[in-house]
Ligand binder design. Sequence first.
Ligand code: GDP
Ligand code: IMO
Ligand code: MG
Length: 424
Amino acid sequence: MQSLAIIGSQWGDEGKGKITDLLGANCDVVVRYQGGNNAGHTIVVKNEKIVLHLIPSGILRSNCLSVIGHGVVFDPEAFKEELETISAAGIKVDHNRLKISANCTIITRYNQILDKARENFGTTKIGTTGKGIGPTYEDKASRKALKLKDLLNKDILAKTLKESIFEKKVLFEHLYNVECPPLEEEVDRLYQLGQIIKPYVCDTFSIIDKAASEGKKIMYEGAQGVLLDIDYGSYPFVTSSNTSYGGVYTGAGLPGKHLDEVLGITKAYTTRVGEGPFPTELTDDIGVQIQQIGLEFGATTGRRRRCGWIDLPLLKYSVKASNLTSIALTKVDVLSGLSELKVCYAYQYEGKQVDCAYQGIDLSKVEPMYMDLAPFNDDFSKNDFSKQLIDYITTIEKFIGIPIGILSYGAERDEIIFRKNYFN
Ligand code: GDP
Ligand code: IMO
Ligand code: MG
């Protein structure tokens, strides 16, 4: 196996950081290709927790080159802070270990302000992370965006930024009534940050091309999850990028090759942060129990994550929408010892039974149909599972038609069981 993509198969926070870090032990390059610092990817090593937002989760592995591809929306200040945090944690990062595409789109202060203004005063609240992600992808699509390479030339930076805020100023002054920094101040800030980031900036497409043609092992680390995909997700309650496997090709590239494995990271239950429909959401004591045992708080905003049972019609949809080839089932330990265990296997929707979701289905109107399974109570200290846990695993596998290749039962690196080989 030479190339593998890590894809969140639900609404994000499935444990992508942990699995990327683990598989990073046996690969050469780890690439982020979409999203930005809306992501929060947690890695725990011997009780020490590191949360990465922009830097790929291969950075803890000295054998890995980390690459931020052109599909990422890049906040230079957040990047600088993250570099400082991980350096303070003893992780050495220099331009030989980390490369950033000159074509990443820049998140400006104006985009952060617009994101927050819409959330505070707009009509539909999405519950965004407030990091400026949506407005930045809008700038990119409207061809008004700043690119990372622009930060290195003050004249181009000033000219492009002036054009990019031409319309926004009207919104700030006349619609939202919010303050925004003067153009010169933002130009200076971004230029100074550009000087710090300069050593890392390069043509990452050619780096990936060369690595692929030399037979190097490349892993693509997705952010968010398929159900937050701008095209495949629960629109409009989504993020603004392609979080599914198509994003690999548009946001980083895999010249002349295809992905050998698309590993869907799947929580043993479902969580969601922010607004939007959630068919299997639990608003009772069991929901609170899962939230508390699973420590379900957002790694980026600290918000409480909404929790519910595993939703197989949505999972089956994600398998198809993102061409998943196997699943890593995470946080199985959180369900262990619960007094009940349910699996949503279908919906009642518009008078029909639906066992696989599809684009445009109104998730706020579906009625989940549940199957009761016998709860399991495993402590995972030995490699033999209870009959009840095996039943849970096989129920999921049978339904989605692809294998569970990894079982994760704790945040630490060694709390993992491989049922399939990846990169070795
Ligand atoms: P990501 O965004 O997909 O990387 O996931 P997050 O880091 O936002 O959230 C996953 C959380 O679950 C983190 O706090 C991880 O340390 C933790 N975690 C990952 N795998 C497991 C697991 O198998 N069991 C438990 N209890 N925690 C896990
Ligand atoms: P990781 O990579 C969970 C959610 C936000 C909001 C919606 C849009 O850690 O899995 P945005 O700021 O992107 O415009 O917000 O998407 N969201 C996430 N939820 N995990 C994430 O990332 C998320 N990134 C964005 O809560 O509902
Ligand atoms: Mg996260």
